[in-house]
Design a protein around this ligand. Sequence first.
Ligand code: CAA
Length: 391
Amino acid sequence: MPEEFAIGIHDLSVATTRYVLTHDTLAAHNGSDVAKYHKGIGQRSMSVPAADEDIVTMAAAAAAPIVARHGVDRIRTIVFATETSVDQAKAAGIHVHSLLGLPSATRVVELKQACYSGTAALQFAIGLVHRDRSQQVLVIASDVSKYELGNPGEATQGAAAVAMLVSADPALVRIEDPSGMFTADIMDFWRPNYRTTALVDGHESISAYLQAVEGAWKDYTDRGGRTLDDFTAFCYHQPFTKMAHKAHRHLLHYCGHDADEDAITRHIGHTTTYNAEVGNSYTASMYVGLAALLDNADDLTDQAIGFLSYGSGSVAEFFAGTVVPGYRSHLRSDMHRDAISGRQDIDYAKYREIHEHSFPVDGGDHPVPRETTGPYRLAGLFGHKRIYEPR
Ligand code: CAA
């Protein structure tokens, strides 16, 4: 048996897109009461990728500061989690590996299970570090959420990437055993290979999520996990931030606790601040919530955080983490706030042009205009190959 040592998140970095569409602009276009967006689903704006941005450019932008701080020598594996993969065969992480100049002696793989696979990536990384504590694993979760124009899900779109360095003796959050699992075969949200936009049964998906919260929590407690009162904060997957409120209210009720709004806000309030501005980032969403919590809450040293990761289809996992003393000096709070506040506001026409864009499938050369202000860009599609470059 390997000796016991703490494993968890050593560094955490968030990136998003150049553009932002506000819900004021969306509501003005479609005639909705903007209060439905601001209060009803808890969203203020959504990140929109520029023509030369995608899951790879966001992922590389999120991972680059981690590589700059820690170097590449101990990174032996990249696990890239996404629902919005750019290729059916090649792992998107190989483009990131190349852009960041990682050594050839690296394992790179892509994982999929809707919004859940970022957590699978984290758990696989922990397993690898457990086997060899000298290794570090770069876990990346990156997604662009896209529904058809006019679909109720449209208002929940968004885009972001999170990069996490998983290592022994982590500087930010120790991840604990046990995990509580839940899987159910349900078609609440899915995307057939021939579609660029997701299909969803919106209200069914909310019920499926709540069912999964119950199932994952039950398994977690059956396996000797902590009690609800042990936790200072909870990070939920946030397809829209009000979903985290619904989920936490459901968990409190399930555990026989009062679910007053003050308790819910105290437990999850900080975790929703970035997601309300960025929108749904599928695999990245719960970890964007963690970044917002660590960046904005009062001192969380030695406090337990509960994580509820949900991916439609469906798989859920509840697990706990403990915040490490000294964590604040390792945060990237200013970078995260700047990434969100520095986005350029676009009008509805520009959003629609981006939404409707698709590459010709003729195998020709299709360069992409220079738009991103990020460090990496998609140069275009040439002979069916996506070519990336530093900006
Ligand atoms: N002022 C204030 N609140 C208002 C309002 C107004 N004028 N009008 C409506 N509201 C409230 C409603 O009461 C409702 O709140 P409650 O749920 O608390 O009752 C909320 O705003 C939304 O209103 P509707 O239910 O009428 O909205 P809708 O049917 O148009 O769409 C949705 C809501 C189903 C979430 C839709 O956005 C959707 O399909 N989203 C995509 C699917 C999704 O995110 N599912 C979540 C679980 S699945 C998952 O987590 C995986 C994933 O990432 C996709």
